[in-house]
Ligand binder design. Structure first.
Ligand code: BG6
Length: 489
């Protein structure tokens, strides 16, 4: 049997995409609350009011007009406001997770529930209490929480008044927020992740056409500040409870292939991985920037001017485990190509040996074994897959069933691949399937792109009863967990 007895099987969600209750319990406005719904072809927008009081909308990376401030406006669909309403359904949802046999549930905390603007002296008691109730409910079923402290949402106030993560003031505000969580939930939570997909910012310039030049420079600053904040938080966590296991969460594994056998393509893959993946994981696991970073800074004409104090902080805040999202693989080439793969991350050209989902994401279970081996040979610390899954257009039948053989197939092949990596000697401690209960897609803001083992009756336009239904994959995953990954039929 490949999987160790104590292997952490489970599922994952994030507060902004799952929780809803956007203006309840004293919660403040998050930057994600002003993002509209999109589709695979139509982008999501950020809504704002300009200095003369006129409403407007902008693309994610577009600069807002001078004097404008982001705001919730009448007549727009904001999918995160209600999401699938875990805020009011958490008991039912956790019972469903328990029925599948979850050992772990990866969730995130909304910063705005704890510090509504991010700057308050005292934490918001109602917000703290909500997560106490969630953790107590999980404990009832013996499910271990794995908590992401920052999963793509933050107080809008910090963006609007302090300019967000380019401002170093955010470092201590984040550490204060994290410290509150470490103290408050001591004894209830053991596993923590600081920032979700912290390195994804390094892929933005390749992902979006016309990505503004000035953003590239500030992206390096943002990432540095977040890594310093993370390192400080790791240190505080260990001081508060030496049993805490704190991890980094990296977007994508080192599973990128050269499109051709041209050595230039091989070199490109190596350098792409250094720039977009190892750039962050090396700092967080090893406590210092990689030897290759000066080359990258030179390429973009960046001078980060990193102080001795920051270097010391990074050295003292190494993570205990590396966790990452592993959906498929990407390719890179120095040759011309037209057929581009889809994905939230920079996936480059399509790979002729692979199939792709309706959203253009590659289907490649071998990438799991490859990335696990790559990471483990580099770091030799415990690894966890905290996101893996397939976004698909599921159909709710009249009798309430949902037949999703493609999801079973996807997870099965990935579980087999994890088993092979464990047999290779990789120390893999857990697996949380992304979007275990349907939630709102991060990239497109759709409901229709479903990931769950549980279907939620909610549509793209915001209508629906929010009723939960078990998909075929629900029963399959239950069996997979029960047999500790041996009965995969
Ligand atoms: C990851 C994010 O990049 O991919 C999740 O951490 C996200 O928040 C997931 O939901 C799947 O992407 P999408 O765009 O299909 O929701």
């Amino acid at each position: 049997m490949a999987f160790p007895k104590e292997f952490l099987w489970g599922g994952a969600t994030a507060a902004n995409q799952f929780e809803g209750g956007w203006n309840e319990g004293g919660k403040g406005l998050a930057d994600t609350d002003v993002r509209t719904a999109g589709t695979v072809t139509e982008p999501r927008y950020v809504t704002y009011i300009d200095k003369d009081g006129n409403p407007g909308k902008a693309n994610q990376f577009e600069k807002l007009p001078e004097g404008a401030h982001r705001a919730v406006l009448e007549g727009y669909n904001y999918p995160y406001h209600e999401a699938v309403d875990f805020y009011h359904h958490y008991k039912e949802d956790i019972a469903l997770m328990a029925e599948m046999g979850f050992k772990v549930y990866r969730m995130s905390i909304a910063w705005t529930r704890i510090y509504p603007k991010g700057i308050e002296e005292e934490a918001n008691q109602e917000g703290l209490d909500f997560y106490h109730r969630v953790f107590d409910e999980l404990k009832k079923y013996g499910i271990e929480p794995l908590v992401t402290i920052f999963h793509y949402d933050m107080p809008l106030y910090l963006e609007e008044t302090l300019g967000g993560w380019t401002n170093r003031e955010l470092i201590d505000l984040f550490v204060k927020y994290a410290t509150t969580l470490f103290k408050e939930y001591k004894g209830k939570v053991k596993y923590w992740l600081t920032f979700n997909e912290i390195n994804s910012i390094m892929m933005m310039k390749n992902l979006f056409k016309g990505y503004p030049e000035e953003n590239i420079k500030s992206d390096f600053v943002i990432l540095h500040n977040q890594m310093v904040a993370s390192a400080k938080a790791v240190k505080v966590a260990h001081e508060i409870d030496s049993n805490y296991m704190v991890g980094c969460m990296i977007a994508g594994g080192p599973s990128k292939y050269p499109l051709t056998s041209d050595p230039k393509d091989v070199l490109k893959v190596q350098q792409d991985l250094q720039e977009t993946v190892y750039y962050a994981s090396d700092v967080m696991v090893r406590g210092e920037y990689g030897y290759y970073c000066p080359r990258i800074w030179k390429k973009y004409n960046i001078d980060l001017n990193i102080s001795e104090e920051d270097k010391e902080i990074l050295r003292n805040g190494k993570v205990d485990m590396l966790t990452y999202s592993q959906y498929g693989s990407g390719c890179a080439t120095t040759h011309e190509y037209t057929d581009k793969a889809g994905g939230n991350l920079d996936m480059g050209p399509k790979n002729p040996y692979l199939k792709y989902t309706d959203w253009g994401w590659s289907l490649d279970a071998d990438a799991m074994q490859i990335s696990l081996n790559e990471y483990y040979s580099r770091y030799q610390i415990p690894l966890m897959i905290v996101e893996n899954g397939i976004g698909a257009n599921d159909v709710l039948e009249e009798d309430g069933s949902i037949h999703d053989p493609y999801r079973i197939e996807y997870v099965r092949e990935n579980v087999k691949s994890m088993a092979k990596a464990i047999e290779d000697g990789v120390n893999l401690i857990g697996y949380t399937m992304w979007g275990c209960i349907d939630l709102v897609s991060a990239s497109t803001g759709e409901m229709k792109k479903r990931y769950g083992f549980v279907y939620v009756d909610k549509n793209n336009d915001g209508t629906g009863t929010l009723k939960r239904y078990r998909k075929d994959s629900f029963y399959w995953y239950k069996k997979c967990i029960e047999s500790n990954g041996t009965d995969l039929d």
